[in-house]
Design a protein around this ligand. Structure first.
Ligand code: GDP
Length: 326
């Protein structure tokens, strides 16, 4: 039975990845940060089936070492981060500590305690910033030119993983994932914010949707498709870095148009803009070319842009309408 250690296990990707690995018969060890939100989190620490949750923090090397020894992993997935780009401008130092130094803390514990394991780093399309190849895509060879503290922190992590792979002969890899969403995405990311609020407007719980920039483009896929990709990269015969993306791009405006249209409304009547949701510098266009990844692994996404949003709409319809329907 294989054993995996996942940081960020309570997040969107961590939850889908642990479900995938459990379904493959893995024993999964997840690291959860202790916080004081009254969710009775302490009752979730412990073991259930093949899933074991332990307290730890990327900024606390001793806790990482403890978890690494307990888990004795074959595969390590570093999915924990401060992952919100606009918030990274508000708290740049925490963002860099968690995403850059946190990753380095984990790499050091990996190198010393479990160097035979395979290590996956959640790298990001945000690292490309405003670099685009002449054909309108970003790919593994596109220069990294980050435009946010988040992007800068992820470039550090990406380079450090490559450096450890080369210096210490470790199986450490980067997945360069474009935006990936699902009903489990935080509702301060634009997809879930749009879907949740549009459903609330339809049910007269909200009156308007306040957004920032409507004219940026993103390549949006489904988290479930992308965690399958993480597992493939980690189980390849040699370590390498791969872009995972759908290859399609849509603006925030098109996202609004589709979601409101699907709910029988015109987004122009409800969407207003507020500078507080703008970023000091914006990454305006993302479209990933994942040919290398697709050709190596035969991967195809199961979800289209529309199917992804339909699933999110269905989720928010069931949550929103539920007890309030009467
Ligand atoms: P990101 O690509 O990782 O930053 O993912 P987000 O979902 O946070 O943002 C995607 C795009 O939507 C960015 O270009 C944002 O500027 C844009 N956007 C426009 N309005 C909003 C908003 O109200 N919230 C967020 N999170 N993004 C917004």
């Amino acid at each position: 039975m294989k054993r995996a250690l996942i940081t960020g296990v309570a997040g969107q990707d961590g939850s889908y990845l642990s479900e995938l690995l459990l379904s493959k018969g893995y024993e999964v060890w997840g690291i959860v940060r202790r916080n004081s939100v009254p969710e009775h989190q302490s009752s979730r620490i412990g073991s259930l089936g093949g899933l074991h949750l332990e307290y730890g923090d990327l900024l606390d090397s001793a806790s990482l070492e403890r978890c690494m020894r307990l888990a004795a992993p074959d595969e390590i997935y570093n999915l924990a981060s401060q992952s919100h780009v606009r918030i990274s401008f508000d708290i740049p130092q925490f963002t860099v500590q968690a995403n850059a130094m946190g990753l380095l803390n984990l790499l050091e514990v990996y190198r010393k305690v479990a160097p035979e394991a395979r290590f996956y780093q959640a790298s990001s399309s945000e690292m490309f910033g405003n670099s685009v190849d002449p054909d309108g895509f970003q790919r593994e060879t596109t220069p990294l030119n980050p435009v946010s503290p988040y992007g800068c922190s992820k470039v550090f992590g990406y380079n450090m993983v490559r450096n450890y792979r080369e210096s210490f002969d470790l199986f450490a890899v980067n997945g360069i994932l474009f935006n990936h969403e699902s009903p489990r995405r935080g509702s301060n990311f634009v997809t879930n914010k749009v879907v949740k609020t549009a459903v609330q407007i339809k049910h007269k719980i909200a009156k308007q949707l306040v957004l920032g920039n409507l004219d940026s483009y993103r390549d949006w896929g489904h988290s479930k498709d992308y965690v399958r990709g993480m597992h493939m990269i980690v189980n390849h015969d040699s370590p390498g870095d791969f872009v995972i993306a759908t290859g399609q791009t849509h603006s925030v405006r098109e996202l609004c148009e589709y979601v409101f249209g699907k709910l029988g409304m015109d987004y122009r009547e409800y969407v207003v803009q507020d500078p507080k949701f703008m970023r000091p510098s914006e990454l305006t266009y993302l479209r990933g070319d994942s040919s290398l990844f697709r050709e190596t692994f035969g991967w195809e996404p199961e979800y289209t842009f529309e199917a992804l949003l339909d699933e999110m709409i269905e989720h928010w319809e069931s949550v929103t309408v539920g007890p309030m329907a009467g």
